[in-house]
Write a protein that binds this ligand. Structure first.
Ligand SMILES: *Cc1c(COP(=O)(O)O)cnc(C)c1O
Length: 469
């Protein structure tokens, strides 16, 4: 079957443009749910092929009612970036180029672009120059990479090579983690053979920050290899661990310090928020997402490790057919678990170049200002409570009076109304004894007007819910 790539790509582009225009003007929630969409697409595996143009046309039209406006201006559920147009365009080139960016020498352009993106990120985030960055699918995998490097580092220090000899029979590694760490880190721990139940939870304060006294107590005078996992940006409150104290305590105990900063690490690229990350530079590994606050399209995360050699040792594979590596060469696959891989550094490069240092700082700062305004607008309404100190981009609120159960019912009802009326999107989460509505301001498309419209919609939903009760 003859395929005309020109027609095909133009066709995809016009659907993409129409989608993004509609999204900017009038972001609508999906009109069909998952089961309807499944019904729509479920057919037996086709015996014969179909014209590619027809496939793409049908794909775009059939998917339309089930697309969530995640890249739109009023999507506040979870922590979701808005796929910056520059990143999307660069991503199209990546797909069209089809470069398997495993090694540096066979794909010189994309490997070089990724090497430069690595340097730019270290510069922007002000982390030790010479650190290595693995461009991963997201922060969960980046956490697994960082923790695999940590495992390699601390066990080599104890005279055991975990990459060659595994964990059976290895000296036990003590893992200490803040009690309000993201679920993703626990999944990373289980992925690398440390188990999620085995870690020691360190007590936190009201905002979810690790308590240095509790860390000191947990570290005690335990001998042997240790890893302390700290956090920049608690998923509900946006709070940061007190890094200066945490890192000093951990280092005094000989521990490797790993920081999950999936979205919070971007505070470091922002003069007005940088103080929140003081001391973070003395950790050993860090994680940030590209596809959240930086607005790079999915999927993109960064595993940053101070000791390049340890990072490579935890990830690299060798085979006779792979090209030789020269002194100073950066091999893209040496810092991630995959061999064949997408040129994931290219959209990062394009977004960083488009925004510049100033653009990144302004965007992050603007989102934090919007988050404070959002919180203030909501808190003015009787029966609405903001439960966190809005120091970053996360706002948690709940609704109603009475006990936790009654408040949960009210909060869930307001969330359901908001999701149904579709002006904005918010979702729920558990925070301490409360079920909350969590609003995350991370979309590059969001303006002050979007915040006003959304706050009004949430207040209206709460009033309607009170009338209905
Ligand atoms: C989103 C998030 C993660 C997981 O990142 P993914 O990119 O979704 O895998 C980890 N930690 C924190 C704090 C997050 O917000």
């Amino acid at each position: 079957m003859a395929i005309d790539p020109g027609t095909l790509l133009s066709q995809a582009m016009s659907h993409a443009l129409a989608y993004r225009r509609a999204l900017a003007e009038d972001p609508r929630p999906p009109s069909a749910d998952y089961h309807e969409m499944l019904e729509r697409f479920s057919r037996a595996m086709p015996e014969q092929g179909t014209d590619a143009g027809e496939v793409i046309e049908a794909l775009a039209l059939q998917a339309a009612p089930g697309l969530m406006p995640m890249a739109g201006p009023r999507f506040f559920g979870w922590v979701i970036g808005a796929s910056h147009p520059a990143g999307v365009a660069a991503d199209w080139l990546v797909s069209a180029w089809g470069q398997n960016t495993t090694y540096h020498s066979p794909t010189p352009a994309t490997a070089a672009i990724e090497a430069v993106a690595e340097r730019w990120l270290l510069d922007l985030l002000d982390l030790p120059p010479g650190s290595s960055i693995g461009f991963s699918t997201g922060a969960t995998v980046a956490n697994a990479i960082g923790l695999a490097a940590a495992r390699t580092g601390v066990l080599l220090g104890a005279g055991w090579d975990p990459n060659a000899d595994g964990l059976f029979g290895a000296p036990p590694v003590e893992v200490l983690i803040g009690a309000d760490a993201h679920s993703s880190v626990f999944s990373s721990l289980q992925l690398i053979g440390f188990g999620h139940r085995r870690a020691t939870l360190v007590d936190t304060d009201d905002e979810g920050r690790m308590l240095p006294k509790a860390l000191a107590r947990a570290l005690g005078d335990k001998p042997g290899p240790k890893i302390v996992i700290a956090q920049a940006g608690q998923i509900n409150t946006g709070a940061f661990d007190p890094f200066t104290e945490v890192v000093a305590l951990a280092k005094a105990a000989g521990a490797w310090v790993h920081v999950d900063g999936a979205f919070g690490l971007w505070a470091r690229a922002t003069p007005g928020l940088r103080h929140l990350t003081a001391g973070i530079e003395d950790a050993d590994s860090w994680v940030a997402d590209g596809h959240k606050w930086l607005q790079v399209p999915y999927d993109c995360g960064f595993a940053i490790v101070k000791d390049r050699m340890i990072h490579q040792r935890a990830m690299t594979q060798w085979s006779s057919y792979l090209p030789t590596i020269g002194e100073g060469d950066r091999v893209p696959s040496a810092f991630v678990p995959e061999l064949s891989r997408r040129a994931r550094g290219v959209p990062v490069y394009a977004v960083l170049k488009t925004l510049g240092r100033q653009g990144v700082a302004e965007m992050v700062e603007h989102h934090c200002t919007l988050a404070r305004q959002f919180a203030e607008m909501l808190a003015r309404e009787p029966g609405v409570r903001v439960l966190n100190t809005v120091a970053l981009n996360q706002v948690i609120v709940n609704f109603g009076e009475g006990d936790a159960k009654a408040r949960r019912a009210a909060t869930e009802a307001v969330i359901a109304r908001i999701q149904k009326d579709g002006v904005c999107f918010a979702a729920g989460a558990q925070w301490r004894e409360d079920w909350v509505m969590r609003l995350s301001i991370t979309s590059g498309a969001t303006t002050a007007r979007d915040i006003e419209i959304s706050a009004a919609a949430i207040v209206a939903a709460w009033r309607a819910e009170q009338l209905a009760r």
